[in-house]
Write a protein of this length. Structure first.
Lengths: 338, 338
DNA sequence: GTGAAAGCGCTAACAA
DNA sequence: TTGTTAGCGCTTTCAC
């Protein structure tokens, strides 16, 4: 593989000159520029970004930590981050942590050793430890789709509270009075906020918040199934459920089908995220849409500003969620189901 | 950020010694090792992988090119590649090309400049140009879920021909005689093979291959919808369709629902890939499963062997697909639909 | 068991 | 406009 020395020698100039034409810095005569360019092409010269990273102290790489790339929501987030990063000249290294604190720590150390220019966190860990360690190391960090109340850090997220509020309000408007919610781990800020929004909506409607209707589960389909079964076995089961993500909602739909419970006639279901699967579900899922492309775009813009030292204060960008009405919600049945 | 010099000075040893304890090479007394380790910890020292990459000529990074991370199949592939790569000490840089030749070329040049140790291609481009350029540059390459007939290159894929054969045979066994196929771009090897397998199954069953029943479309839901509409408008429409991926199959289901055509009673549908959405579809999709975790594992093993120079010949690993019977297929109706 | 020194491929003063 | 040179932070002989 050709080096800058090879090019310089072949072109009969110094390496400084070659460097200048590569980076388009300094003043170079058109003639030499053309000449050097042609030599670079002829030798199939690829400037080493690792060497330049060593001197420039910049790798043009961003790390992205998320729970699971195989989860469509995070895959879509990753895609949006990737797109904006590429536009801005950055590569993205993705690490799936499975929400495992050890993996998270390991990957973070690794990314620091790789000298990534910044790290975007989409993992919903309970502790702020990782974030804090990055902040302490003065490495640019930004959170996407999560929030840290105690730490001052760039953040881009959807208004989860409002999302929960929208979901519950929609159900209230449809006349439901027994509305359940299935949340992921409440120590994850987004989940907590959604539940708070839900409570607010019920309260505003003069409905009592029944703790029996608030279920915590894992964040996958299985979690939704289990929680749904429990809810439907209640002596006074709900007529509507707000699931804190689409996967959970799908789980509910599956349980209903298995039990022969019609959705939305007997049970209304609202999801969250509006990933592709929401539109594919049967019935199509009414859900709260997160503006994923914008989230990715904003978080990259934030972190690149941070990297370039163009920012003074940390920012929190909160985007609005939207209610997408589809087929999984309807007016409350006259009688309670069963 | 502390450097090896800081650690050496603080520990009262030479940088060579520090380097040796970092890499666990050479012989170092237990005492100094402990001491140096403690200093490293105290200084929160993170060895620079960019500096070491410059000397070692190895970045421990693998590039992964795929069409779209937002497509669940590729997201799952990426996840499996990531997992195995991490196990082996490699990072993964992912680039979505949208099957755009310009992007592909751009990303490849970029990855070369980053000095990635190898590149895994999951993009189904028509030309072998990219692969050839990498081979020429003597950069380790491996293909996953695609094939290059003309080039000698490490490859891991599912037996697409057999997959198509399995799908069509299943439909034949159910008594279908008018079986359509919806394929992506036929210049993509996997797609072509699946169609060939389909043809083979029909021929073996003594059924004529009707070119009108072979449709080419884009590889997303919209493509499936459009192709489905065309097929169903035929004067002699099919009673079964084999879609070359799950997304296409979903498109078919949606069109059927819109038209009030019962699946599988009036039309049987088989997908390919067995991504999560296949199990979520209504009815759940009968599909051909690709062993994605194994694909990822194998391709990483192949490319790391190549990187370490442990291989003599290029290998082609072909894994078996499996038919997953679910609810979207049934016996052929007595009469042609409509 | 430890250290001195050359070199990896580039950038950025600073000179010329 | 072009070239010289000193790093960037490591690894790796080769002495000691």
């Amino acid at each position: 593989m050709a080096t800058i020395y090879d090019v310089a020698k072949e072109a009969g100039v110094s390496i400084a000159t070659v460097s200048k034409v590569i980076n388009e810095t300094g003043r170079i005569s058109d003639k030499t520029r053309q000449h050097v360019r042609s030599v670079m092409k002829r030798l199939d010269y690829q400037p080493s970004l690792v060497a330049s990273a060593l001197t420039k102290k910049r790798t043009n790489t961003i790390g992205l930590l998320l729970p699971d790339l195989g989860n469509l929501f995070f895959a879509e987030v990753a895609r949006s981050v990737e797109d904006r990063a590429h536009e801005k000249g950055y590569n993205v290294v993705i690490c799936s942590t499975d929400n495992d604190a050890d993996k998270e720590e390991k990957y973070l150390a690794w990314l620091r050793q790789k000298r990534v220019d910044g790290i975007i966190l989409a993992t919903g860990m309970q502790s702020d430890k990782s974030v804090k360690s990055l902040l302490d190391a003065r490495l640019p960090v930004a959170l996407i789709a999560r929030e840290s109340r105690r730490l001052s850090v760039d953040t881009v997220r959807v208004d989860d509270f409002r999302g929960g509020y929208l979901a519950a309000s929609h159900l209230v408007e449809l006349g439901h009075t027994r509305i359940a919610v299935i949340a992921e781990n409440l120590s994850v800020s987004s989940s907590r906020e959604r539940v708070e929004g839900y409570k607010k909506a019920l309260e505003e409607a003069g409905l009592a918040v029944d703790e029996a209707l608030i279920r915590i589960s894992s964040f996958d389909i299985e979690g939704g199934k289990e929680a749904a079964r429990q809810l439907l076995e209640l002596t006074e089961p709900p007529t509507a459920v707000f699931a804190c993500n689409d996967l959970l909602a799908i789980g509910i739909l599956q349980v209903c089908r298995a039990m022969g419970l019609a959705v939305p006639a007997r049970l209304s279901v609202v999801g969250f995220d509006n990933t592709l699967i929401a539109s594919l579900a049967e019935p199509p899922l009414t859900t709260i849409a997160q503006p994923i492309p914008e989230l990715g775009r904003e978080v990259v813009d934030l972190i690149t500003q941070e990297i370039h030292g163009e920012k003074q204060a940390k920012q929190r960008v909160v985007l609005d969620p939207r209610l997408i009405r589809r087929g999984s919600t309807a007016s409350a049945p006259e009688q309670a189901p069963r």
